[in-house]
Design a protein around this ligand. Structure first.
Ligand code: SAM
Ligand code: SF4
Length: 643
């Protein structure tokens, strides 16, 4: 075995020092780089070697030695140091538009101690059963996995993260991930019960804070949040300042006729304090009774501020900033605008979200989600094999991220979780290239398919767009598996009653010569008893329906009957009739169709040696009994039984 120089060995084993290796052994390093790129795809457990910062050293996979650019000495050495330190960035977290997702937002609770007007209804939201929520161990497992792949920033959000009992311990555990590459640990909070815990949080590793505050008027605070507590929030801001937490941002959702008149008071906060106040365009979410009339656009806010501060200066934003930042000359703090509704930031989006029930959400405004929780809870889900599978699914979800989220018009009507169930995030984008951001092959892969959900707003009563049952014909003739955004989703059925349902489907195989029927009738087909085997195939296919049809729910089948009869007209044919019954909330037409198709394909498979021109024909549902849509039968269809 050839002994490799240390720097190259380290590069091969993913221990970094790429630049050193590259400088010393450029050809070998280029070859390693290529191998590694391949291994990223083939070996989910291997963190890829090449980094976002070294990309510029490779053009068309040819190593180009770094030349010293025209930069001041300190800037150049800072840059080289950053390159040296750069963590390998994962292909799993890189989407098809080359966006590297190094920022993870984790919602750690659905609960909240406020009821902000723009966020949720007064009566709160339907909370998930505790067993559906991620445990601390699961949150830490996911956080570690993401950091190992190149995530450098984690933000905790909710709900209200501070209501989680173990919040300080959780932050402390997450803080330990700094040893493996985490750089920023942030939290978005309403500040109601924060001040007392904040010193411990900072000690545990919290580095940045966003505090939500929409009014400085006590009465209005109570109106906007439906609770008391302004003084608590102000105390939290003071504590954060005294602990020198930076960046310290105040999030203020601006609403017409509610708090738009308070913009000057918020600007005043930035005069002597290192605070960045961010004015947020009010966004539509399930439950917030969104009206476009209540939204004040960034441009309107900017115009208003410029009237009193004509010297307002634009501040250079960072690459992944979702805020447009400004400063009033002479002021210590800054102001920014989160323009989610009027200008998107999709092009530079580097965020992923984990919901409190453990789904990965690649875009705030895309409702396709994949359950990582379910994968972790399967046998071996938290072990090395489980990690591989998680990365595979995360990678597929990230690759399915759209270039941009929907525009304003679409967002108004799109179903989505209430904000409180997502956790905040000011990120959006463009029209989708694909109908769903979870590809069909992901939906149908057996170990993954069960984990895919699309959030359905009928889970809570406040959602304006409620999809009807997928398997019952929809009254308004809508495609119930397709959302207004074009994304495919699984229709929710948890609120439906269990009923007994029966569906009948038919199919037919026509032969092009009489030989096949002759062999079937005499049971002398070389492959065996065509009718019996096809009957069993139909039964097995019915039971597998939810595994092969992506958006079908698994249902409890109580009976499958497959009838086959030989027809002698023409060159002969086999008629197939399937009757499937279930006791469930949805079904069973798809099961009946799958049974008929499975049986037909088996006839085809067993007879193809003697007939290459068979035709599968007439597959359809002919009768449905039970379920919300009522009873139905194809006009003129006459039931038959095996003779
Ligand atoms: N409870 C914490 C808080 O309020 O800071 C964290 C969760 S909250 C959902 C996160 C952020 O989302 C807050 O800054 C809140 O102002 C913002 N937000 C909630 N609903 C919004 C909406 N409809 N439009 C714009 N921002 C919203
Ligand atoms: Fe609670 Fe935050 Fe939503 Fe207000 S914005 S209701 S504080 S989750």
């Amino acid at each position: 075995m050839v002994a490799l120089p240390t720097a190259v060995r380290r590069a091969l084993t993913g221990q970094g020092i790429h630049i050193q290796a590259a400088l010393q052994y450029p050809r070998l390093y280029t070859a390693i780089h290529k191998i590694h790129r391949r291994s990223i795809v083939s070996n989910a457990a291997t963190a890829p070697l090449y980094t976002q910062n070294t990309n510029e050293s490779f053009q068309n996979d040819i190593f180009v030695p770094p030349t010293r650019p025209n930069l001041p000495a300190t800037e150049f050495s800072d840059r080289m140091a950053a390159i040296k330190e750069a963590k390998p960035f994962s292909e799993f977290l890189t989407d098809n538009f080359n966006r590297q997702h190094n920022y993870l937002r984790i919602s750690i609770t659905e609960r909240c101690n406020l009821r902000c007007l723009y966020c949720m209804p007064e009566e709160g939201i339907d909370l998930s059963p505790p067993s559906h929520l991620l445990t601390t161990e699961e949150i830490l497992h996911l956080a570690k996995l993401f950091v190992s792949q190149g995530v450098t920033k984690i933000r905790l959000t909710g709900g209200e993260p501070t209501v989680r009992k173990d919040i300080v311990d959780l932050i402390t555990e997450l803080g330990k991930l700094k040893a493996i590459g985490l750089k920023e640990l942030a939290m978005t909070t309403n500040g109601i019960s924060l001040a007392r815990k904040l010193p411990q949080m900072v000690q545990g590793g919290l580095t940045a804070l966003n505090l939500s505050l929409d009014t400085l008027d006590e009465f209005k605070f109570q109106f906007m949040t439906r609770r008391k507590g302004l003084s608590n929030v102000l105390k939290s801001i003071d504590t954060a300042l005294s602990l020198n937490i930076q960046p310290l941002k105040v999030n203020c959702v601006v609403m017409s006729k509610v708090n738009v008149d308070e913009i000057p008071s918020f600007l005043a906060m930035t005069k002597d304090q290192p605070i960045e106040v961010r004015f947020i365009e009010y966004m539509p979410f399930a439950g917030n009774k969104w009206e476009s009339g209540k939204m004040i656009t960034y441009q309107e806010m900017l115009d208003q501020i410029r009237q009193s501060h004509p010297d307002l200066q634009k501040v250079q934003d960072h690459k992944n900033d979702t805020s447009k930042t400004y400063q009033i000359p002479g002021y210590k703090g800054k102001l920014g605008f989160i323009t989610s509704m009027t200008h998107n930031f999709c092009g530079t989006c580097n965020r992923l979200r984990i919901t409190s029930d453990g789904n990965i959400k690649v875009c705030l405004f895309d409702n396709a989600e994949v359950s990582l929780r379910d994968m972790m809870r399967r046998d071996g889900g938290m072990g090395p094999e489980g990690e591989k599978r998680l990365l595979e699914v995360i990678g597929i979800a990230v690759k399915g991220k759209k270039e941009k989220h929907a525009g304003l018009g679409e967002l108004e009507t799109m179903p989505n979780r209430p904000m409180i169930l997502i956790g905040n995030g000011y990120q959006q984008r463009l029209p989708s290239k694909t109908p769903s951001n979870i590809p069909t092959y992901l939906l149908s892969a057996p170990h993954i398919g069960q984990s895919v959900r699309a959030y359905s707003t009928s889970r809570n009563p406040y959602q304006s767009v409620i999809a009807a049952d997928s398997q019952d014909p929809a009254p308004a003739q809508k495609l119930t598996h397709v959302l207004p955004s074009g994304a495919a989703h699984m229709v929710p059925i948890h609120e439906k009653a269990i009923t007994t349902r029966t569906a009948k489907a038919v199919s037919m195989i026509r032969f092009s010569n009489p030989e096949a029927v002759k062999l079937i009738r005499s049971n002398s087909n070389k492959k065996g008893d065509v009718l019996s085997i096809s009957r069993i195939a139909g039964i097995m296919a019915a039971k597998k329906t939810s595994e092969i049809i992506p958006l079908c729910h698994p249902i409890s089948i109580s009976k499958v009957q497959v009838n086959l009869r030989i027809r002698d007209d023409g060159n002969g044919a086999i008629d197939i009739l399937t009757i499937v019954t279930c006791d469930g909330k949805t079904g069973v037409e798809m099961e009946a169709l799958t049974a008929a198709t499975g049986a037909a394909l088996t006839v085809y498979d067993m007879c193809k040696a003697v007939d290459k021109n068979m035709i599968l024909d007439g597959t359809r549902v002919v009768e449905k009994v039970g379920g919300k849509s009522g009873d139905w039968r194809e006009e003129g269809w006459v039931e038959w039984s095996e003779s």
